[in-house]
Design a binder for this molecule. Structure first.
Ligand code: Q9C
Ligand code: ZN
Length: 340
């Protein structure tokens, strides 16, 4: 299988995150990339390539003012780095629009919805690299060159909305791929990260031509808390083109299988021309923040079930934070997708 890499990923590395009132090492760390790449190389059968930076593919999904903010804030962090500061954290989250705010400092909370998403000198470049990799994968799948292509990137993307970052995510890589494929036919986005793909849902919420389906830990008790509930079904022309399948904490394969079948059935009934599969290994039983109970082998079953749809697919790496389980989970999943 062809793998498109975000070679700029390490330019973004958050120095820490808030957990239970303390600052701990950030779960979303550069070592995740090497853990997956190393496992794919050891397994064999994967070819790797980089993608050229592409700003147009980002503009097709995100608000121009948000893109300009991220670029400016990264540049400002670069300058501040000379003064010893190396990361910008949002502090104030305005309740509603704040049209008089000016400058990266004042806008930090306006273009962000949580405290997991700091701006570092290399954030813009790293996020752009991920979006560009997803776009390149979509091009290959759209052209029919490949049946399925895997995007190995971090930071992840599925929490990023049209004009806000959050949940370790800046540009929505899966949405970039889906947007490109939607020019050629209907697209289904299937999100199996353990967290609800709120950004992807938000970006396509009023569209009838892009179905968004997410299976995740119940947001009543798991990040992102504010969306991912079963009664969110789309709006306007997009009514009926969004589906959420929340699962209780501790869900094991016996509980996951019917939810996955339900999600796959919705995808099949939509009759899409293409699939974008947002894959998170954070539903693994060893994940430090997921709370579900899926063993490594189950990711092979998950991949084979997705393959059963028979759709050309872009597979985008989202979360997964146990470095010991991440590579093996990705290998199992991708082998499952390729199985015949
Ligand atoms: N300190 C993705 O998996 N909350 N994002 C962490 C533990 C943020 C997850 C709580 C979770 C964001 C792409
Ligand atoms: Zn996640």
């Amino acid at each position: 299988m062809r793998v498109i890499l975000n070679s700029r990923h390490a330019d973004h590395a958050a120095p820490g995150e808030f957990e239970a009132g303390a600052v701990v090492p950030c779960h979303e760390a550069p070592g995740r990339f090497g853990a997956i790449r190393g496992a794919l190389e050891a397994a064999g059968g994967f070819t790797f390539e980089n993608a050229a930076p592409n700003e147009e593919c980002v503009a097709a999904v995100h608000h121009p003012a948000y893109v300009a903010y991220l670029r400016g804030a990264s540049a400002e962090a670069k300058r501040a780095n000379g003064g010893g500061l190396n990361s910008f954290w949002p502090t104030v989250f305005p309740f509603g629009p704040n049209p008089r705010a000016r400058g990266a400092h004042a806008l930090r909370g306006a273009y962000c919805f949580d405290v997991y998403t700091p701006i570092l000198p290399g954030t813009f470049g790293a996020a752009l690299g991920g979006a560009s990799a997803a776009f390149r994968a979509a091009e290959l799948v759209a052209a029919g060159t490949e049946k399925s292509v895997y995007v190995l990137s971090r930071p992840p993307g599925h929490h990023a909305e049209h004009d806000r970052c959050g949940g370790y995510c800046y540009f929505n890589n899966a949405a970039v791929a889906a947007q490109h494929l939607s020019r050629l036919g209907k697209v289904a986005v299937l999100d199996l990260d353990v967290h609800h793909g709120n950004g992807t849902q938000h970006i396509f919420y009023d569209r009838a031509d892009v179905l968004t389906v997410s299976v995740h830990g119940d947001p009543a008790g798991l990040y992102p808390f504010f969306s991912g509930f079963a009664d969110e079904t789309g709006t306007g022309p997009g009514l009926g083109a969004n589906m959420n399948v929340p699962l209780p904490p501790g869900t094991d394969p016996d509980g996951y299988r019917p939810a996955l079948a339900h999600a796959l059935d919705a995808v099949a009934r939509f009759r899409p021309a293409f699939l974008v599969f947002a894959f998170g290994a954070d539903a693994h039983e060893a994940d430090p923040i997921g709370g579900l109970k899926l063993p490594t082998d189950f990711f092979g079953e998950m991949g084979a079930a997705v393959r059963g749809l028979g759709l050309p697919a872009v597979i985008v790496q989202e979360g997964g934070y146990n470095l010991g389980a991440l590579g093996a989970s990705a290998v199992a999943l991708l082998r499952g997708v390729e199985s015949r």
